[in-house]
Structure formats: structure tokens, C-alpha cells
Write a protein of this length. Structure first.
Length: 257
């Protein structure tokens, strides 16, 4: 039953399709007498559609090429602008190490004390380690000459004291790590003007160079113009117009394109 309904629906759809594409009545759509007319009209219509499809596909490919060049250019500019921003405002940078209340980042030393949290720029910082009776001390003096003392207890303050104790080598190694990061930051700052100038120059170069984009746009424009004036397109269009008029004269109805 279901299969029969499916077959019947398919037959109805086929009949409707035939009547729609060959308007004028049952005889014009199905009669062998008008088979040549139907064939002539369909061949002209198919040739016109094939030409239009080919032209459209070519233009779409050229348009996609333009879009691809534009996207690549915008992506290059975006990366360069991000690089410029990161050079101008490098922020903390990645985390390097931490010990006690000090957290070392690529560009700053973060102090997390009972009084609050603050950042000290590494550029120009001086680091000094001192051994005390109860604490190891790491003195961090910023570029303006303001020191900060980070304490690392190595002896308990009381027999029942539960504070964290630190090993001397552990604190000394951390101080050396900070010194190395300061040296790297000083080098980064010294090279920064040259790096910034180079990246900004590259950005201006990318902005000024539109040759690849211009060439892609020109190819698209030429292809569109060629398709509009191509004699093959004019020929298939003339053929389908003539076949459409022939069908209209025969049936009194204009067939769908």
C-alpha cells in the first residue's frame, strides 16, 4: 500500500514537472507529435543554462580569489598590529617562577604581601641576597631606587611556629632567576625601539602594497566583461530566445527559463 502510494506520488510529480516545463496542454507536453518541439526547446534551454552556470562558476572562483587575497592581507595586518600592541604594552608576560610572596613574570615582579599586591617592573631593577639570623632576604630595588625586601624564614619564630621555612640555596637560586630575567628585560627594552620601528615599517609596507589585491580584482573585472561580451553567450541566448518564441507560437504559452 505504502509503496503504491509512493509510486503514484512519483508519477504525479513527473507529470506536473512535464506540464510545467512544456506549458500549453497535455498534447504539447506528452504527445509524440510535438517531441521535436520539446527537444528543440529543451536543448536550447539546457545550452543557455550550461553557459550561464559556467560563467557564474568562473566569476565565483575569481571572486573567491579576491576574497582570499583580502583575507590574507587583513590577517597579516592583524598580526602586525597585535605585535605592535604587544611591544608597546607587553603586560606581565608569561609566568617564570615564584617563591614565597614573590611571583616572577616575563616583564614584572609581582609582590603578594599582607598589605596588598603590586607589580615592580623588571627593567632597571637591582637584586641583592642577604643572609640574616632568622631570614634570608631578597632586596628588589626598582629603577627609581625604591627597594622592597622579601623575607624567607629559615629559623622558626617559636617552637610551635608553623610558618614555611626556606633553604638557602632555594632562595639564592630564585634571586639568580630574577637577576637573569632582569637582564633579559633590559635587553628587550634596549632592542624595543628598533623592533617597534621594524614592525611598524612592515605594517606600512603591507598597507601600501595592494598589487596582489589589485591584480585579483582586475582578473575578476576582466572575466565579468568577457562573459558579458562573449559571442558564445550571445549565441546561446539568441538560440534560447528563438526556441522560446517558437514554443509560444506553437502553444500560445511562454515556457519557463
Amino acid at each position: 500500500m505504502v509503496l503504491g502510494l509512493i509510486i503514484f506520488a512519483g508519477v504525479l510529480a513527473g507529470v506536473a514537472w512535464q506540464l510545467y516545463h512544456y506549458p500549453g496542454g497535455w498534447a504539447y507536453a506528452f504527445s509524440p507529435m510535438h517531441a521535436d518541439a520539446r527537444k528543440s526547446w529543451w536543448a536550447a534551454r539546457s545550452a543557455a543554462r550550461a553557459w550561464a552556470r559556467s560563467a557564474t562558476q568562473g566569476e565565483e572562483q575569481a571572486r573567491e580569489a579576491v576574497d582570499s587575497v583580502e583575507k590574507d592581507r587583513e590577517e597579516r595586518l592583524r598580526r602586525l598590529e597585535q605585535r605592535i600592541a604587544s611591544l608597546n604594552l607587553p603586560g606581565r608576560g608569561e609566568r617564570v617562577d615564584a617563591l614565597g610572596e614573590l611571583v616572577l613574570f616575563r616583564h614584572v615582579l609581582l609582590v603578594q604581601s599582607a598589605s596588598g599586591t603590586r607589580s615592580i617592573a623588571l627593567a632597571g631593577m637591582e637584586i641583592r641576597f642577604e643572609l640574616g639570623q632568622k631570614n634570608y632576604s631578597v632586596y628588589c630595588t626598582d629603577a627609581d631606587g625604591y627597594p622592597y625586601r622579601a623575607k624567607y624564614p629559615h629559623s622558626p619564630s617559636s617552637p610551635e611556629g608553623g610558618e614555611q621555612l626556606f633553604d638557602e640555596d632555594q632562595v639564592r637560586d630564585f634571586a639568580v632567576t630574577i637577576q637573569n630575567s632582569v637582564a633579559q628585560e633590559n635587553l628587550f627594552r634596549a632592542r624595543l625601539p628598533h623592533q617597534l620601528k621594524a614592525v611598524e615599517s612592515k605594517r606600512e609596507e603591507v598597507l601600501a602594497d595592494t598589487s596582489e589585491l589589485d591584480a585579483a580584482r582586475e582578473r575578476l573585472q576582466k572575466l565579468r566583461q568577457r562573459n558579458r561580451t562573449d559571442p558564445r553567450g550571445e549565441a546561446v541566448e539568441a538560440r534560447v530566445e528563438e526556441a522560446s518564441r517558437d514554443w509560444e507560437r506553437l502553444t500560445g504559452r511562454v515556457p519557463p527559463r
